[in-house]
Design a protein around this ligand. Structure first.
Ligand SMILES: Cc1cc2nc3c(=O)[nH]c(=O)nc-3n(C[C@H](O)[C@H](O)[C@H](O)COP(=O)(O)OP(=O)(O)OC[C@H]3O[C@@H](n4cnc5c(N)ncnc54)[C@H](O)[C@@H]3O)c2cc1C
Length: 412
């Protein structure tokens, strides 16, 4: 059974891990209950976010927190019923977001994000998926002069410190660049290095095709059937049981459930988000995020995808219409929006950890078990980056950057 692996989960994270393993000579099978890229990796905003050096932290600003508490801020919504269960994880998240801890979080995040374009590029080439990629970045539109000045300072800092490309656009520049916007903003930051993907689920599916070309396999099955089997692991699939020396848990928001059954308690929580498609592209040349309204508008193959901010709720709680309704209203104010394509919004779950970096590495108490989840807002961006990192660890190579900050052992 030497050099064989089961990768549980066929989202961006699992498929990229499997591709890197296959390239290193592993006999690898991705096991998912669905086809690749049909869950969180399907419904996101599709941005490969080179600019995202600073992951979304828990706000410490009192007026913002008050706005969220009173339900006036569309960037965050919460389900009161979920709060008791989430309290300790949100408390940890709040602490990690403070001035003492956050600089280290940024260092650890930047160490991953700096590789996102180069690592995606290798896979895009292997998958022949150039037609799905739209370089040219996206625009962060700011309603108030104060927010614009703040973001402009931040953009200059990120440019100097980390080489992140941007153009600071005043109100007139933005109006000229995006004439379809019916309202004037104070200005925008055009993050020029980011790439937009025209069909995020489609990209994962192409990466899965590349995996198969590299000798990997796809199987349908329930990860909950994973069992230790001698010195390796076994899972039941529709093609029968599959055995391998290694197993990788890459189940995104569902990873915590499987691991609880094995005695691990990771403080994973979900930041839910919604999208709806509207016919046409509404005339936008790039994706535009109205930051204050918590509304992202992204031209895609299916139409204009409007996505929402964060909802704190239980993984299986029924959807709430609050944020999507407000985001649709805002998008209609800003753009000549086409007809709605889906009758009900899509709902997905960003898999988040309190210290804002994913878990990547060996399970502390099980030989041959590897953990790979918790990429939160940037799993679509980071899948190929941490996929390579984990594959190098599993193959006994020197990792291309230090994996220590992402160690599964950090949660005890
Ligand atoms: C609204 C929204 C916008 C976003 N925008 C961006 C963006 O622009 N850029 C970015 O980088 N990220 C973005 N994200 C985050 C990104 O989508 C996630 O971080 C990423 O998709 C996580 O990938 P994953 O592979 O870990 O999880 P998933 O894609 O959810 O994959 C997990 C897989 O596990 C499978 N699975 C679960 N349980 C079982 C089981 N028991 N048996 C078998 N299979 C199982 C599922 O079917 C699924 O295929 C956004 C997220 C949302 C919700």
């Amino acid at each position: 059974m030497a050099k064989s692996a089961l990768v549980l989960g066929g989202g961006m994270v699992g498929v990229c891990t499997a591709w890197h393993l296959a390239r290193r000579g592993f006999d690898v099978t991705v096991v998912d209950r669905r086809a690749p890229g049909q869950e969180t990796s399907y419904g996101n905003a599709g941005l490969i976010q080179r600019e995202c050096v600073e992951p979304y932290n828990f706000p410490h600003d009192f007026s913002r927190l008050l706005g969220i508490a009173l339900g006036r801020d569309n960037t965050v919504h919460y389900d009161m019923r979920a709060m008791p269960g989430l309290a300790s994880r949100l408390w940890q998240y709040w602490r990690q977001s403070g001035p003492k801890s956050y600089p280290a979080v940024v260092r650890n995040f930047e160490a991953m994000i700096r590789h996102c374009l180069t690592e995606h590029e290798v896979m895009i080439r292997a998958a022949g998926a150039q037609d799905l990629i739209r370089p040219g970045g996206f625009k962060l539109a700011l309603q108030s002069p104060r927010a614009f000045a703040h973001e402009a300072r931040r953009a200059e800092f990120l440019q100097q410190e980390f080489g992140v490309g941007s153009t600071i656009m005043d109100s007139d520049m933005l109006a000229r660049a995006e004439p379809a916007l019916r309202e004037r903003f104070a200005g925008a930051i055009h993050w020029t290095d980011a790439w937009a993907v025209r069909d995020p689920g489609g990209l994962v599916s192409r990466y899965a095709d590349a995996l198969q070309q590299a000798g990997g396999r796809l199987a349908t099955g329930d990860a909950a059937t994973l069992e230790a089997d001698g010195t390796g692991w076994r899972v039941s699939t529709t093609q029968g049981p599959i055995r391998a020396e290694h197993a990788v848990v890459a189940l995104g928001p569902w990873s915590g459930r499987l691991l609880r059954g094995m005695g691990y308690r990771y403080p994973l929580f979900v930041k839910r988000g919604y999208h709806t498609h509207y016919a046409g592209d509404a005339g936008l040349s790039t994706a535009v995020l109205d930051m204050k309204a918590g509304t992202m508008m992204v031209p895609m193959n299916m139409g204009l995808r409007v996505t929402t901010g964060v909802e704190f709720a239980a993984l299986d709680a029924p959807p709430t219409p609050v944020q999507m309704r407000r985001s649709e209203r805002r998008a209609r104010q800003l753009l000549s929006l086409g007809a709605r394509i889906e009758p009900t919004p899509w709902l997905g779950n960003r898999p988040a950890l309190p210290d804002m970096v994913p878990v990547v590495g060996a399970a502390p108490r099980h030989r041959g078990l590897w953990l790979h989840f918790g990429h939160a807002h940037q799993g679509f961006t980071l899948g190929p980056v941490t996929g390579r990192l984990l594959a190098e660890m599993m193959n006994g190579e020197t990792p291309y950057f230090d994996p220590q900050p992402y160690s599964p052992a950090r949660f005890g």
